[in-house]
Design a protein around this ligand. Structure first.
Ligand code: SAH
Length: 390
């Protein structure tokens, strides 16, 4: 029998890299080397330029006033600070916001800001345009795999979100100030509005982060750098569908000590997982879990298993029992995500009673678990709904 074995798709195109390099995608060390080579700059220049880009939000080199005029001129000639273009922003009833961003070569990606319990926002970012993995329940799969995102395109999703939030705050404050000046709104003579903070970043938007390993690893280094955005590694989670060789590399390179890892398990038997996540035909559950076992982590950190509940497909009590048996050995928590329906997938949202008994079974067994209710589903921003109407 010549059954076709599932193969990972190739991108339709390469990352566009014509023109001068974009400094937004360089780690501080890379920036140092590049600056030494290009403008013969002393080492401390890298810290300055890095801070201009990632903390002070410089739009161009002219703004970098602690550099000499000559250095600024050379940089404008040999380097770029291009940004993603914010195409649209949608706001859901629950405060979730979805940004649609346009790349220089005309591709679109999405990123979502979700209010969290710490009065901040969790940003869900994309790592690829489309995805190669074809998970049957996921909207992004319907786009095919256009290309990998470059490091700066991953990092810049956070910068664009921060810039948008800052602009919103400015607008609110100046509206408040002018209302006060004209004597309106006397009850609301209140405090300045603060810009909400992005406290957490999850690589759970479009794409498979571990399939774009080099760019994702670099983006982690840039985002966590204390001289830049300084997002703590323990507040970052990289989510994978189970690309075993890349999980092994993640382990080897010590990334488990740096950031959180989430595994999209989504089924408890190979028969079902083969169907809903074709990657399982290549790396079945036992191999996936063997790889996860090898990821060294800090004592405080747990691995996350994500489990999308597909109505009548993987939401039975037998599934709950098998899931418990699979994850029991790990210091982990399980995120149970009821399927968010969208036009590209033939599945149903699970019945509420089945969700409740699934959760109850996990809890009885002492598995730490959370039910992830859909956020921003009225703007198609909920888990797995990121695909673009084109
Ligand atoms: N490729 C990575 C990250 C993107 S998907 C991964 O597979 O982990 C992020 C999470 O959303 C995954 O756990 C995935 O199983 C889940 N997901 C995808 N489509 C969904 C949908 N329609 N409803 C609920 N969760 C979904």
């Amino acid at each position: 029998m010549s059954e076709q074995v599932w193969k990972i798709r190739r991108p339709q195109r390469a990352i566009p890299r014509e023109g001068p390099p974009n400094l937004r995608g360089m780690t501080r060390a890379e920036l140092g080397e590049w600056l030494a080579k290009t403008i013969d700059a002393p080492a401390y220049r890298a810290d300055q330029v890095f801070a201009w880009i990632h903390q002070r939000r410089a739009q161009d080199f002219a703004a970098m006033t602690n550099l000499s005029k000559a250095e600024r001129a050379t940089l404008s000639e040999h380097a770029s600070l291009a940004q993603l273009e914010v195409d649209t922003v949608q706001r859901a009833r629950d405060g979730t916001r979805k940004l649609r961003l346009r790349t220089a070569d005309g591709e679109f990606i999405e990123s979502v800001l979700i209010p969290n319990d710490e009065r901040g926002l969790t940003q869900c970012i994309s790592s690829q345009v489309g995805c190669a993995l074809d998970c049957r329940f996921c909207a992004t799969a319907s786009l095919g795999f256009r290309r990998n995102l470059d490091t700066w395109e991953i990092v810049d999703q956070v910068a664009r979100a921060r810039a948008m939030l800052a602009a919103e705050t400015d607008a609110q404050n100046s509206a408040q100030a002018s209302a006060q000046a004209s004597g309106e709104d006397s009850e609301d003579t209140g405090a300045e509005v603060w810009t909400p903070r992005i406290t957490n970043v999850v690589y759970m938007g479009m794409g498979e982060p571990l399939h774009n390993f080099n760019q994702v690893r670099r983006s982690l280094e840039v985002l966590t750098d204390k001289g830049g955005e300084a997002i703590a590694g323990r507040r970052i989670t990289v989510s994978t569908s189970g690309l075993v060789p890349a999980i092994q590399r993640f382990a080897r390179e010590g990334l488990g000590h740096e950031v959180g890892l989430a595994i999209s398990l989504n089924a408890t038997t190979d028969a079902v997982r083969d169907q809903v996540m074709p990657i399982n035909q290549r790396w079945p559950i036992a191999e996936l879990l063997a790889a996860v076992r090898e990821v060294p982590t800090n004592r405080r950190r747990r691995v996350t298993f994500e489990y999308v509940l597909l109505g009548e497909v993987n939401d039975s009590q037998a599934d709950a029992r098998r899931l418990i048996a699979l994850v029991r050995e790990f210091r982990c928590h399980v995120n149970v995500i009821p399927f968010n329906p969208h036009p590209h997938a033939p599945f149903r949202r699970p019945a509420q009673a089945r969700v409740a008994s699934f959760m109850a079974a996990l809890r009885r067994a002492g598995v730490q678990c959370w039910l992830r209710t859909p956020r921003g589903d009225d703007i198609q921003a909920a888990c797995g709904q990121l695909a673009l109407d084109q």
